[in-house]
Design a protein around this ligand. Sequence first.
Ligand SMILES: Cc1cc2nc3c(=O)[nH]c(=O)nc-3n(C[C@H](O)[C@H](O)[C@H](O)COP(=O)(O)OP(=O)(O)OC[C@H]3O[C@@H](n4cnc5c(N)ncnc54)[C@H](O)[C@@H]3O)c2cc1C
Length: 485
Amino acid sequence: MKRIAIVGGGIAGLSAAFVLEKCRRVEGEAFEYVVFESHAQFGGVIRTDQLDGYQLEGGPDSFLTEKPWASDLCRELGLGDRLIGSNDSERKTYILVNGKLVEIPDGLMFMIPTEILPTLFSPLFSISTKIRMTREWFHPPRHADRDENVAAFVERHYGPEMVDRLADPLLCGVYGGHANQLSVRAVLPRFAEMEAKYGSLGRAMVRARREMGSKARSYPLFTSLLNGMQQMVDSLVARLSPGSLAPGITIQSVDRAKGGWQISARGWCARFDAIILAVPSHVAGALLQSVNAQLAHELRAIRHTSSVAIHLGYGPPVRDGIPPGFGFLVPRSQGRRIVACTFMHTKFPHRAPADRALLRCFTTRPADRAAEEISDEQMVKMVRHELREILGLTREPLFSRVYRWDRAMPQYEVGHLERLGRIEELGSRTSGLFLAGNAYRGIGVPDCVRSGSEAATSALNFLGITGTQASACEPVGRPHAPRLY
Ligand SMILES: Cc1cc2nc3c(=O)[nH]c(=O)nc-3n(C[C@H](O)[C@H](O)[C@H](O)COP(=O)(O)OP(=O)(O)OC[C@H]3O[C@@H](n4cnc5c(N)ncnc54)[C@H](O)[C@@H]3O)c2cc1C
């Protein structure tokens, strides 16, 4: 019987397992699979805790509705009626500028102004940035012959203030990264395409919106699950055969063996015909060192940053004093340790009791090792100190909880797509090896679902298990043109 190993039980590994499980139900005993996960609990960075009526999301709190793969998977798992949209009627985000929260004006799509008046009257930008925004409208098409960083790209269009006040804080929120390192082609491919075709991003965006017409977005920006993101993980695990789950096992080495693979954990090893590595790419690189040093080098070269999420829950009077909206972002130039704060009680109101407030702050800074070195207590103290200055929040929280994710956020730096090309080429020459997860073509939960599903389908094809009822073996989700943010 053919055997497939999945190393890593985060959402990518579990999505791969789900495709294999569905296929196994059709193919019977034709093959078996095992999911190895270091921790006792599956889900990787997806973790929800319920605490006295508050719902805490230690990792992702939602996913982009526009990318269908996660919600399609939830529906397939029978969770369709548990899917909820963000409370977009109160969607408003602030930027901290010189100690004050300034609202991001209406009509800004990421950082592209599509409505003139709200941007012109916004105190978020200086006169010189507003003049640049007007001049941007006349930029001619430009075909860049090589990749560049997001900061340089945005600065070319709108100047350095736009980088500091919007592009960098927004990207820091998604990637925990730095606009002057992240690749525009990997992170903002649509913008690179718009520049090549129209020159001006503003003109391109207005045109795209006009073409969309009535098809323009009528759904909430973010989707989550009523009982929290972990509901997706728990439902996936419940659908897999218990005998295929191996929690609490850290794979220590991976080697070629008799045309297949030998994987080893402490005091144990086993042979498999195909292997799906759904671990962070730095772990995949370390595991593959003796198999293919060049591939291992490329995988390890994808840098990762760490992230710390601090939750603070407050009693009744505090909520009224917190501004309306989803939260605020803090530009690097403001010299704070908090980089973002989400007002969870507004974004998804059921996550806190009706009269209570729940704040989630991030302190990620690339290369900010100090964030990982201070204790939880010090971390909470530091965040409370800054919230006092920013929001005037002096009350003691009812509780606090800190989640730390070490080297969990891959950085799609300049040259990322070229590196992926080399990884895919080297990987294709290593038969029976498949890679999945957030380090490659999309960091968000939907892309990880897609990536795991595709890796599982490729592994089945490699083993010649296409099934008589192919539809049951197809990856979750719809056909797509891969897009990154
Ligand atoms: C704080 C935070 C907030 C985020 N917010 C959002 C959000 O709001 N929306 C969104 O779409 N995305 C968000 N993301 C991104 C998204 O959640 C992740 O990119 C995605 O969940 C990663 O899934 P994965 O399966 O690729 O990796 P992981 O979740 O990292 O899973 C990898 C698994 O491999 C296991 N493993 C590692 N080494 C071994 C080994 N040697 N042997 C066995 N197992 C091993 C690990 O224990 C882990 O469980 C967020 C990420 C973080 C950290």
